[in-house]
Design a protein around this ligand. Sequence first.
Ligand code: AMP
Length: 499
Amino acid sequence: MCGVFGIYGHPEAAKLAYLGLHALQHRGQESAGIVTSDNQQLVTHRGMGHVIDVFPQGQLDRLAGIHAIGHVRYSTAGGSGLRNAQPIAVNYSRGSVAVAHNGNLTNAEPLREDLEEKGSIFQSSADTEVIVHLIAKSAQKDIVDRLADALARVRGAYSLLCLTERTLIAARDPMGIRPLCLGRLPDGDSYVVSSEPSSFELIGAEFVRDVAPGEMVVIDERGLRSAMPFAAEPRRTCIFEYVYFARPDATLDGINVYEARKNLGRALAKEHAVDADVVIPVPDSGVPATIGYAEESKIPFEMGLVRSHYVGRTFIEPEQSIRHFGVKLKLSPIADILKGKRVVVVDDSIVRGTTSRKIVKMVRDAGAKEVHMRISSPPTQWPCYYGIDTPTRAELIGSSHSIPEINQYITSDTLGYLSLAGLKEAVISARVAPRGRTHLPVHTDDDARGPGETSADGAEASAARPLDHGSFCHACWSGEYPIRFTPAPKKLQLRLLHL
Ligand code: AMP
């Protein structure tokens, strides 16, 4: 759960990166960072907290340069803390390099162990640092080949930006698990790359296209070049991005997130109809699905819960008496809407079950006669190894309890989850006509093309190929992991022998 943003060739690179990251703030609130380059050297600033707090004006002024990459982080691998903030920037034998990464690598542990055994000294516990060490150790000369060399050794999910003094590279893993898209500023010479197109809107950039799974886009003084250096793999885009994570105003890989969420609500109403007086969302993420549910069921939509947007992570709870108000800090009920009513509450997922339990109680305490919980995805049963923050299997209520048991635990009258088939169909139905440029001014360096590389046209065609039912990773509900997690080899436990 992170966001990345990059910009090449603009006199206000740091400020535009700041705005770009601001539009990606929902993807991570723990830390933020920007690295800039003026073609000579890299300058870095990273800090804990929101983009607006990490970069006061003076700090942005110090980030001189015309190229920049930035990152917002929500820790999923490695702990939190400043040393794990990104981008990671280092000096090595051939100059400087910075890396910003969204996703999780599945073989970072054994790679790290191997690198450490050969003398590498790690500064952080983030899996991303493995990529930096692999770049530094590569025998290739050029940064593009060094990065391709490094990425050929890692497995898992990455939407990644790499910046050197004069080159910006964007790469997406061969399964296209996390989103990444390419844009262009109106001046025509400055390119931007972002996890979601919402950042383009903010800075007035035009959306060009999604980066294709397995594609590397290189931006330098020669312009925009593209290669597909890795063996093709089946596409497995994270479907949870459409359910919860991405901004509703985004269109990712040709699917409109807002429309997808409305479709989820419509499908949920078909699969789990109930007689009720009012349908309310758990704001904010549950709102579009609730609109869909209301449309399909003809039950009136109301904002029965109001969300406070001012709850910071550092909120101090009193020690005694009114402790444990948890969800009450964030949500409050509108009693006049709920009193005496049969209420349908729509949320996108149940993870541990504690939020739903508190919400049901809150709605009932406000006077609701019946509370029917509807979830716009299937029971979350499996942890994500590719970049979504989920607890261990044991903590996921869906892995240890049946739906009737969960219904009992959260104290709702009825509980209905959307089926996986219904979810896939709803998301696919939100496909939109191709946007952006049909032809991208990207070319491949034909002479330098190696085995397995295709032309820019190949990447373009791959990026434009519409997603279908088989294009998604849905391991959190199905347990069907497209890439196996490779832990570090276990150390042998030797027992003392008493002879
Ligand atoms: P829980 O109390 O653990 O069942 O949390 C459920 C709530 O967390 C729902 O309202 C979801 O919208 C939200 N949610 C689902 N997945 C995540 C996630 N990966 N990170 C943060 N919140 C989430």
